[in-house]
Ligand binder design. Structure first.
Ligand SMILES: Nc1ncnc2c1ncn2[C@@H]1O[C@H](COP(=O)(O)OP(=O)(O)OP(=O)(O)O)[C@@H](O)[C@H]1O
Ligand SMILES: [Mg+2]
Length: 460
């Protein structure tokens, strides 16, 4: 069942129940009000007549004076007035009905004969009309001597009650109709948003991430539209990153391969005794092969880190020794690029629990970046200091710096400040993951043209 049907349906049921209960109450009240009113009027008139008799005619014979009494009683009443003797004989009737001696078959008359007030609502057998009758005893010195009976037809009252009820029911139906129409219109505003979202989501599911869900209102559905759009944008961005990555990796692979191929061709054409040429060529082939191996290693590492499949091999690591070793390893490259590489590591540095090879990989990544993005005459400083709970290792260079927009993204996988630059854009991302595995964190700050500073925080 569609949401619209469910919404309108439940709305409708609630209103239907409410209106029905209200209608029922109103109709019961109207009934009570009208019929009670008629009864009260008859009661009043009967009571008035009885007390009149009691005061002014108590010592008169009811049977003999009945005509005069009737005139007095019916004077102010539109109802039918009857005077009945104790044995049930109809003495007088304001409508001039033929005399009857079976009046005490009516329950109200029986009551009045016994000195009580009788009320009876029923169908008059002769006219088949709904009537209300009130009988009052006529008393002399506390003994009942006769009965005065007021009878009125209820047909008019019933008609009025029916009319009023009909009006109520009509109003009720009108309200229900309006509510139903409003419900359909309102629910359509909700369901149309949902339908739109659904069609946008379906297009996305089919792979079209350029569609955007239309946000109509600032509500939950609006938030859902936003989420869908953000998701599509993220997927597009990832798609873009993936494409950039593939092209940069292919480029990275191609360069060393071209160089290797070139040297192999050259060497195979070289005189066998040209030892010098042979040595140069083989050296270049070796470095290029190393470069390829490093790239492939990085990619493998990255895949493992990304799947969370890497486990650290924790051993006590002498930070001083580690930093100095890395310094020595990279010194020739720094010298070749005419960059001063200073490593400050004194013996106050603590021994920490860490995965030595991974930590080395991180530091080489960082220094490699600095070497890549720092020109000749620049300088790179690597230093560390320990605090109570943590060790901070810093790699600082005077290189090109990173502009603000890029700074927020450099830790993203495959992100490169310049897509044409060498590298896969994985170095910082891998480094960050490794430090996180050590429960530490990496912070980077940079100024374009001034240099970059990367800090590694490791818990002791
Ligand atoms: N020291 C730095 N100076 C200037 N820019 C830097 C520095 N370190 C990182 N960057 C910027 O951050 C980007 C991402 O660095 P990252 O190490 O992740 O990738 P990469 O060096 O391009 O590739 P890889 O390290 O995988 O060979 C770099 O492309 C560069 O734009
Ligand atoms: Mg790098």
């Amino acid at each position: 069942m569609s949401i619209q049907k469910r919404l309108v349906g439940s709305y409708f049921v609630v209103i239907l129940i409410t209106v029905s209960i209200l209608e029922f109450l109103l109709i019961v009240l109207v009934n009570y009000y009208y019929f009670h009113n008629v009864e009260r009027i008859l009661m009043n008139q009967a009571e008035l007549s009885a007390s009149f008799f009691h005061q002014y005619a108590a010592d008169e014979d009811v049977e003999k004076q009945s005509e005069r009494l009737l005139n007095g009683f019916s004077h102010n009443s539109a109802a039918q007035v009857q005077i009945i003797s104790l044995n049930g004989q109809l003495l007088q009737d304001s409508t001039g009905l033929p005399a009857s001696d079976r009046m005490n078959e009516y329950p109200d008359v029986q009551e009045a004969c016994n000195g009580k007030i009788g009320i009876w609502k029923g169908t008059e057998p002769t006219t088949k009309e709904a009537v209300l009758a009130v009988s009052y005893p006529l008393q002399t010195n506390h003994t009942t001597v006769g009965v005065v009976r007021f009878v009125t037809s209820l047909t008019e009252t019933a008609k009025t009650v029916n009319q009023v009820s009909a009006i109520f029911i009509a109003v009720g139906l009108f309200v229900i109709a309006i509510v139903a129409v409003l419900g359909i219109v309102l629910s359509r505003t909700i369901t149309s948003s949902i339908t739109e979202l659904k069609s946008a989501a379906e297009k996305m599911a089919e792979g079209d991430f350029s569609v955007r869900a239309n946000k109509r209102y600032e509500d939950e559905l609006g938030a859902l539209a936003d989420t869908l759009n953000t998701m599509a944008a993220k997927i597009l961005q990832n798609e873009q990153l993936k494409n950039d990555f593939i092209s940069s990796v292919s480029h990275e692979l191609r360069t060393p391969l071209t160089s290797i191929k070139g040297w192999v061709v050259t060497l195979s054409a070289t005189e066998e005794n040209d030892r010098h040429m042979l040595k140069d060529g083989l050296e270049i082939i070796e470095t290029e092969t190393d470069r390829l191996t490093r790239l492939v290693d990085e990619l493998l590492d990255f895949a493992k880190l990304d799947n969370g499949r890497i486990a650290l091999w924790l051993t006590p690591v002498h930070l001083q020794g580690l930093l100095q070793h890395i310094g020595k390893q990279l010194a020739p490259r720094a010298a070749r690029q005419r960059i001063s590489l200073e490593v400050h590591a004194d013996d106050s540095l603590p021994v920490i629990q860490a995965d030595e090879n991974r930590l080395k990989q991180v530091l080489i990544n960082l220094i490699d970046n600095s070497l890549k993005f720092t020109g000749p005459q620049g300088s790179i400083k690597v230093y560390a200091h320990s605090e109570l709970h943590q060790v901070i290792i810093t790699v600082e260079d005077t290189g090109s710096g990173i502009d603000e927009q890029d700074l927020a993204n450099v830790f993203q996988k495959f992100y490169k400040g310049n897509i044409h630059a060498a590298g896969s854009g994985l170095g910082l991302s891998i480094s960050e993951q490794i430090i996180k595995l050590h429960h530490g964190q990496v912070k980077i700050s940079s100024k374009v043209g001034r240099g970059t500073k990367v800090e590694i925080y490791l818990p002791r």
